[in-house]
Design a protein around this ligand. Structure first.
Ligand SMILES: *Cc1c(COP(=O)(O)O)cnc(C)c1O
Length: 373
């Protein structure tokens, strides 16, 4: 069964009855339990109640939804956004809006499952290119297509912490007349100036047609969104099936919390700065031990151990030492590439990260992944 959390999300959580350092949540900026976010949610609860009980296009649209969409548009430097109840709904809503039968989607082999679902729902032909492989992408882009073309990729890949080569992808999109969509669930609040995301990290704002994102990661709430031109968003609003058919739009209290977090990080760069300081500190410590962190350039730090049993054993070992990190196995990652995944947060202290590194080192030695000495 699932492990049970009995505390707010944070650097340390109560997990199955004990306190552990939490290296598994997507709470990149440590803001999921920020007092001002909690207060904003409480105020919205008092003002608007718990459940919306209607779709936004009927009577489930609250002022806080509109305010959140405006704040997200400003944060992302786009004309407009549309807020969904989660990132999965944003992907399954927007992709079938963009393409359909007769069109072709070009999808990175390691794209998130909800992108894959959106692609399948669209009825378009799906052509998968090898992970980040531009030759592979160009080869399939050269094949003749009658309809529209859509290239879709994660900005940050959540299993390896590597980045999509967006400048090269944007060039290919231009050359072959394809729309470019980036799902930046792990890049928003993390990458780029002020945490504006992977697209701004590469300075490609004007060359990306549409972005999707999640409010459940760095933004510390729960919800999703699509970002793009005003024309695109206004056309999407009455069409996205995961938007118009749900009487579970983003709850007003969650929207209020996300709005507060955007306000906080737009005024105060220190959260993003601390996240990156922590990321560098931890990545250096783990690399110095001689462990393999793969191709990560983000706060997602995999420690690749290869064998699935070993990954499980090490996850259990470090849990006993007061650290929780998820063991990740096939089919989430290829066979032989099992790993522990550590997600760094601005909320972690240096002491937390030292304890985590020590627990990993001890376990790696006990399991002969590192030599004992
Ligand atoms: C988490 C994630 C999603 C889903 O977002 P939710 O808001 O959690 O539903 C979509 N795409 C990517 C790349 C993700 O990492």
């Amino acid at each position: 069964m699932y492990r049970t959390v009995n505390s707010p999300q944070g650097a340390r959580i109560q997990l199955d009855g004990r306190e552990v350092i939490n290296m598994a949540s997507n709470n990149y900026l440590g803001l999921a339990s920020h007092p001002q976010a909690i207060q904003a949610a409480k105020d919205a609860l008092d003002q608007y109640g718990v459940g919306p009980t209607a779709s936004r296009n009927i009577v489930g649209n609250f002022p806080v939804h509109d305010a959140l969409e405006r704040a997200l548009a400003e944060f992302k430097d786009v004309e407009a956004t549309l807020v969904f109840n989660c990132g999965v709904s944003a992907n399954t809503g927007v992709i079938p809006f963009l393409v359909g039968k007769g069109d072709v989607i070009y999808s990175d082999a390691l794209n998130h499952g909800s992108i894959i679902d959106g692609c399948r729902l669209s009825g378009a032909q799906i052509k998968v290119y090898q992970h980040k492989d531009m030759d592979s992408l160009e080869r399939i882009l050269k094949e003749p297509v009658a309809g529209k073309k859509l290239i879709v990729t994660d900005g940050v890949f959540s299993m390896d912490g590597d980045l999509a080569p967006l400048p090269e992808i944007a060039d290919l999109a231009d050359r072959y007349g394809a729309m470019l969509m980036v799902d930046d669930a792990h890049g928003d609040g993390v990458m780029g100036p002020m945490g504006k995301g992977t697209v701004d990290h590469f300075g490609l704002r004007s060359r990306v047609y549409v972005e999707t994102g999640s409010l459940s990661k760095a933004f510390g709430s729960a919800g999703g969104f699509v970002a793009g031109s005003r024309e695109l968003i206004e056309a999407l609003r009455p069409k996205a099936r995961s938007f118009i058919f749900t009487a579970s739009p983003m709850a007003p209290c969650l929207a209020a919390a996300a709005l507060k977090v955007i306000e906080i990080i737009s005024q105060d760069e220190s959260y993003v700065d601390r996240l990156w300081e922590n990321r560098e500190y931890f990545a250096n410590r783990i690399t110095k031990l001689g462990l393999n962190i793969g191709t990560t350039v983000t706060p997602v730090i995999p420690v690749i151990v290869g064998d699935e049993g070993l990954a499980e054993r090490m996850s259990q070992d470090i849990f006993e030492k007061g650290v929780f990190a998820q063991a990740i196995k096939f089919p989430m990652v290829p066979k032989g590439a099992a790993r522990l995944r550590f997600i760094i947060s601005a909320g972690h202290s240096k002491d937390d990260l030292d304890l985590v590194a020590e627990a990993i080192e001890e376990s790696a030695k006990e399991n002969r992944l590192l030599s004992q000495r």
